[in-house]
Design a binder for this molecule. Structure first.
Ligand SMILES: NC(=O)c1ccc[n+]([C@@H]2O[C@H](COP(=O)([O-])OP(=O)(O)OC[C@H]3O[C@@H](n4cnc5c(N)ncnc54)[C@H](O)[C@@H]3O)[C@@H](O)[C@H]2O)c1
Length: 292
């Protein structure tokens, strides 16, 4: 049995990761010598390279995968606006990532750009889509149509990004047949049948913790292999099923940690070493920096 993966957890694996990291180091736009994989702008990896794309994808750190999704959103907008090429600096500003990190992220998918030209927008869109597995069709089911489920079902941004919400489920009989975002709510008893018939690929769990494992089991039985879990519980799934847990409070705690660390750094190296006796005027109590 596999358990769920939290945001930030690395998926880097052994040798491939090390090789990929090395390829990324020093690889710069317009530096065709940076990797044997460098291609001229405007050329996509041929189909024969699909295995290579998959092997690379397995070695990409989770944080870089999240950033690739951000680059894809930015690049798709640029493509819609008719932009043909973009430099790494422009793309990094648009994506809110520093350009060295961006070049390293793109090196994971074998994309190095061309000096003086930058990246071909459509080629890069195709490469990122292949890496993220977005060339497959996805259909989403949301289970638990309360506050969160309503918001997710009504959000218009999913279909345009390739994730149409095709089915909704709730245990509350009063919700049965009521359309939310144009999709009728089914009773949870129908999960296995409806998910199988509609070939749902992604299940979103927005139920209270108590019912979440049974909901997850139903989704898996209905053929769903990707689960996005909002419920505050760790789900058990078979090895061929991928689970991601979303916890906004954890994200806020991480933000809080980074701000606290930045404040410590701004106060000088001594402040960052509180609690080790370095600064006799400051100490740490239950993780909180205090002045004596
Ligand atoms: N991870 C996060 O960042 C985050 C943020 C908000 C909410 N949540 C979690 O999401 C879940 C939903 O939150 P909410 O505010 O929408 O709650 P809610 O009470 O408004 O809605 C819950 C819905 O789930 C339905 N439900 C209950 N048991 C069910 C079952 N076994 N099968 C199917 N449906 C069932 C209820 O009828 C209700 O419609 C909770 O577990 C909450 O803790 C997580």
């Amino acid at each position: 049995m596999a358990t769920q993966r939290d945001a930030g957890e690395s998926v880097v694996t052994g040798t491939a990761a090390a090789a990929s990291d090395r390829a990324g180091e020093g690889a710069a736009e317009g530096d065709p010598g940076a990797s044997p994989d460098a291609r001229p702008a405007g050329t996509a990896a041929p189909d024969a390279d699909v295995a290579v794309v998959r092997a690379r994808a397995r070695a990409i750190p989770e944080a870089a995968v999240a950033r690739l999704a951000v680059y894809l959103r930015v690049l798709s907008d640029l493509s819609d606006d008719g932009v043909v090429t973009i430099s790494s600096e422009e793309l990094s500003v648009a994506a809110g990532v520093n350009s060295a990190k961006l070049r390293k992220d793109l090196s994971y998918i074998g994309s190095y750009g061309t000096r003086g030209v930058g990246y071909d927008v459509n080629v890069l869109v195709g490469q990122i889509e292949r890496t993220l597995g977005l060339t497959r069709k996805h259909k989403v089911a949301v289970v638990g149509i309360g506050n969160l489920g309503h918001a997710l079902a009504n959000y218009g941004g999913f279909p345009s990004r390739g994730f149409p919400v095709a089915a909704l489920f709730d245990v509350d009989p009063d919700l049965e047949g009521i359309p939310v975002g144009g999709v009728p709510v089914h009773h949870t008893d129908e999960i296995v049948r409806v998910c199988g018939e509609l070939e749902i690929t992604i299940g979103v769990i927005a139920t209270p913790a108590q019912g979440a494992q049974a909901v997850c089991d139903g989704l898996v039985q209905g053929g769903v292999r990707c689960i996005l879990n909002f419920a505050p519980v760790v789900l058990q799934v078979p090895d061929n099923v991928e689970v991601r847990k979303v916890d906004l409070a954890v994200e806020m705690q991480i933000l809080s940690f980074h701000v606290a660390r930045r404040d410590d750094a701004a106060s000088g190296p001594e402040a960052a070493r509180v609690g080790d006796g370095a600064n006799p005027d400051r100490d740490e109590v239950n993780g909180v920096v205090v002045s004596k």
